[in-house]
Ligand binder design. Structure first.
Ligand SMILES: [Zn+2]
Length: 383
């Protein structure tokens, strides 16, 4: 059985979509109890539990945390796929046994349960926990630091989502991006950074078979208030994972599988051996760029403009009746020469009507786009 075959029929199907909350993960944690140790590491600003999961009993101690940003749930789904993988005996049992001998993997699957419930990046006090590494002003930040100091990891996994605006500088969407964060202003390649880079090279090589050219390298500007940078500064290799967009996968169910595969690769669980590359191959991974939008209209005749224009439409995510809605809004109008769209529509020089109006503006919600001359030509309608 291949990993992909296993995944298709065994992934954690109780967690799907973008809105993943503590309420949803608690019963699942309860059900995997037999093969893992589950405890509560602390509580959030609003008093919600922050669960801690421990798998394995080996010497290599790894600490991962997901949903530090409440609305970034893809890696949480992948972490639960990993728990499901660990909690079975029918397949890959020798590999799993070996993993448990070699590693002790601690995971905080939801560091920011209040933000997850509200579907916000920040916690209940509106603080971005990934800018609180020095100040430790929030309970969630203290919990992470306390776990870090208690377990003394030799590797950290900082698990996030990135927006659909990110592409790779080869023009493809950045479906998965990695970073070995900087440890100082000069971005020196420290020993800890090298270790993280080496792992990233291995995961990137393995992922190329699934998403060739769609793996990016995240910006490494140093910020001591970012958790990854601060741990790296303390000499503990830290890897930033950024789950991004895959074609037509706004629920990020495909992307979660790529994060899962990457984690298996990191822990030597795929059975796929990659060439032991040099850490410096990390610098050959193409850089992330902000070169994407959700919908790009080409050749629009805009009133008062001689040249045909492009219109960029970005989805705004909004929590509504316990579901995440994607609201299309005009983000930019102009030549937008370097921009690509996950969906592109050529309106071939038509003067268009947005919501039946000739005048439209940035920030406007888009319900419908029609050709002004030919009312039957409808380019876009919000579902
Ligand atoms: Zn994030």
């Amino acid at each position: 059985m291949t990993i992909e075959n296993w995944y298709e029929s065994h992934f954690e199907s109780r967690l799907t979509g973008r809105y993943i909350t503590l309420e949803k993960i608690k019963p699942i944690l309860h059900s995997v109890k037999s093969s893992m140790e589950i405890s509560v590491a602390g509580v959030s600003e609003k008093g919600a539990d922050i669960p801690l999961v421990k798998v394995g009993h080996g010497k290599k101690v790894v600490l991962g945390w997901s949903q530090m940003h409440g609305n970034e749930s893809t890696t949480t789904k992948a972490v639960f796929d990993f728990f499901k993988f660990m909690n079975q005996e029918d397949h890959f049992s020798a590999e799993i046994l070996q993993f448990k001998e070699d590693y002790t993997f601690y995971v905080l699957p939801m560091l920011n349960p209040d933000g997850a419930a509200a579907y916000t990046r920040e916690n209940a006090n509106g603080v971005d926990l990934n800018r609180d590494a020095k100040d430790l002003s929030q309970k969630e930040s203290v919990v992470l630091k306390k776990v870090f100091e208690e377990i003394k990891p030799t590797l950290c996994l900082n698990l996030h989502d990135q927006r659909t605006i990110y592409g790779v500088d080869n023009g493809l969407p950045a479906t998965v991006s990695f970073l070995s964060p900087a440890a100082d202003q000069n971005c020196q390649v420290t020993e800890a950074r090298k270790v993280a880079m080496h792992h990233i090279v291995g995961m990137t090589e393995m992922l190329q078979q699934f998403i060739p050219g769609q793996i990016g390298r995240y910006d490494d500007t140093f910020n001591a208030n970012c958790v990854g940078d601060s741990f790296q500064q303390l000499g503990v290799p830290t890897i930033l994972f950024e789950a991004g967009h895959y074609a037509n996968d706004y629920q990020r169910e495909k992307t979660r599988s790529f994060i899962f595969y990457a984690m298996l690769q990191l822990f030597g669980l795929t059975g796929v051996s990659v060439k032991m590359n040099k850490y410096s191959d990390y610098f050959n991974i193409p850089e992330n760029e902000k070169n994407y939008t959700d919908i790009l209209l080409h050749n629009v005749k805009v009133r008062g403009e001689k040249k045909l224009q492009k219109i960029s439409i970005l989805y705004q995510e909004k929590l509504e009746s316990r579901d995440v809605r994607f609201i299309p809004k005009i983000d930019a109008i102009g030549q937008l020469s370097k921009l690509k769209g996950h969906r592109e529509i050529d309106v071939v020089g038509a003067q268009i009507l947005i919501n039946s109006q000739e005048n439209y503006h940035i920030g406007q919600k888009v319900l419908q786009i029609k050709d002004k001359k030919d009312d039957s030509t409808e380019y876009f309608t919000l579902d």
